[in-house]
Design a protein around this ligand. Structure first.
Ligand code: AMP
Length: 209
């Protein structure tokens, strides 16, 4: 199954993507994670993307389309995949339409107010990228990743001012994708719940429907 998780930054796409990919045994592809990895290893693409990311802006379409084209050509994507954070603009969706057929798009809906509250508590492992939350998904030891022992940090783009900028970008650039995929008849709306497990139940039901 070729899936897209659509929703504002902080709506919980990454968390749901990790659960779905384990259930369906397909990879998650997160352009945000790919860009952060490139930045960490100091590649030209990573350095170019940094200034956009730090300001809550989108990285240029041609850069992310190139990333996705290469990633979808890999062997592990041939039985399906979950896209998290791509596409984010109409040109990206149109480019993706030319590469693969999308079976379902989960539109994960969460209010801006809830997102701002959630994102201030989000922490990420600087080593392996695993995500945590100070209220909803605490690590076993404070500030330490359960998986690899790395240090947990707050991403620069999760700071409140940047979050507001990212939400503006989401409403302007990404929300129109819901209508784009509705035309293809593949959109399932899921209302994000307070508890991760409740959102997961609704998401899995939407995938089976
Ligand atoms: P994310 O982890 O998905 O929230 O992505 C973090 C940041 O990476 C975004 O705020 C953008 O600057 C950049 N980014 C990730 N995916 C995309 C995309 N599909 N198009 C443009 N920029 C992206």
């Amino acid at each position: 199954m070729n899936l897209i998780l659509l929703g504002a930054p902080g709506a919980g796409k990454g968390t749901q993507a990790a659960i779905i990919c384990e259930r369906l045994n397909i990879p998650t592809i997160s352009t945000g994670n790919i860009i952060r990895a490139a930045l960490k290893s100091g590649t030209e693409m990573g350095l170019k993307a940094k200034s956009y990311m730090d300001q809550g802006k989108l990285v240029p379409d041609e850069v992310v389309i190139g990333i996705i084209k290469e990633r979808l050509a890999e062997d592990d994507c041939q039985n399906g995949f979950v896209l998290d954070g791509f596409p984010r603009t109409i040109p990206q969706a149109e480019a993706l339409d030319k590469m693969v057929k999308i079976d379902k798009v989960i539109d994960l809906e969460v209010s801006d107010e809830a997102i701002i509250a959630r994102m201030s508590g989000r922490r990420v492992c600087e080593k392996c990228g695993a995500t945590y939350h100070l209220l909803y998904k605490k690590p076993k030891a404070e500030g330490v990743c359960d998986i690899c022992g790395g240090t947990l940090i707050q991403r620069k783009d999760d700071h409140p001012d940047t979050v507001k900028a990212r939400l503006e970008v989401y409403h302007k650039e990404t929300e129109p994708l819901i209508a784009h995929y509705k035309k293809q008849g593949v959109v399932k709306r899921v209302d994000g719940q307070e508890e991760v497990a409740d959102t997961t139940r609704l998401t899995l039901a939407a995938l089976e429907a």
